[in-house]
Design a protein around this ligand. Structure first.
Ligand code: HEC
Length: 132
């Protein structure tokens, strides 16, 4: 039989522990690392996207990715990047399955971005899509 006092102590201890762990998460969010366009994002774009999304390839979507300015420009469906809002950015939406239109990027059965690489796009856009 548990005595009421034990139960109360248990509840207090759990509340304390839960409080601590959510604080921990909060601190991690605060310290979330800043994603650099040049060092983190562009190498992924260059490796997996530019081959198709270039003027040279005369890409049908009209969205080019060779430079920062290209990426911030408009494709057939308008601006692909809404700084600060990955959820509304076509660039990020097209990496998810199912995408809002067409195929998920890159459109290949063999080549897939890792969840970490997709997360880079999300963070970079949410952090303001800076040319950093
Ligand atoms: C094999 C060629 C190919 C590769 C590689 C590729 N794409 Fe695409 N992409 C396409 C085609 C074709 C379309 C147009 C059809 C569609 O929307 O599915 C497109 C459309 C898009 C669009 C929609 C633009 C608009 O306004 O309509 C975005 C955003 C996009 N791709 C992002 C990416 C990203 C990010 C990568 C790299 C991770 C990538 N793509 C790699 C072929 C490619």
């Amino acid at each position: 039989m548990l005595r009421p006092v034990t139960v109360i102590l248990g509840v207090c201890l759990s509340a304390f522990l839960i409080g601590r762990s959510s604080n921990g998460d909060h601190q991690q969010n605060k310290k979330e690392r800043e994603v650099s366009y040049a060092k983190d994002l562009f190498p992924v774009v260059e490796k997996y996207c530019v081959v198709c999304h270039s003027r040279e390839a005369d890409h049908p979507s009209g969205l080019f990715m060779e430079t920062y300015e290209d990426l911030m420009g408009e494709g057939r469906h308008g601006k692909a990047v809404i700084p600060g809002n990955a959820g509304k950015s076509i660039l990020y939406q097209k990496l998810l399955s199912p995408p809002p239109f067409g195929r998920a990027m890159p459109p290949s059965k063999r080549i897939k971005l890792t969840p970490e690489q997709i997360e880079l796009f999300r963070l970079w856009i949410n952090q303001g899509a800076k040319n950093n």
